[in-house]
Design a protein around this ligand. Structure first.
Ligand SMILES: [Zn+2]
Length: 81
């Protein structure tokens, strides 16, 4: 039962991160994130990677140690699971 629920919210999460979610889906996820720690971690991690990628595209705007900080976030999240 829990696995099914996780799959559903992971799909919702992916839609929002891909920017393909409707406003209703987006709001639903935001409400869900307050209750679901797993999705909140996933969401924050994906967002930070997305932001980093965006910054990475811009010239002269690549913070040093970026890859390291992403790696740290990933392993932090992995260790929480
Ligand atoms: Zn969830």
């Amino acid at each position: 039962m829990e696995v099914e629920q996780n799959q559903a919210c992971t799909e919702l999460l992916e839609l929002v991160i891909d920017g393909q979610a409707t406003q209703e889906q987006h709001q639903k996820l935001m409400g869900h994130l307050e209750k679901c720690e797993y999705c909140r971690e996933e969401y924050l991690l994906s967002k930070s990677i997305q932001e980093s990628l965006k910054n990475h595209i811009k010239p002269n705007h690549t913070p040093s140690g970026l890859a390291n900080s992403i790696q740290t976030k990933i392993s932090e999240t992995a260790s929480l699971k």
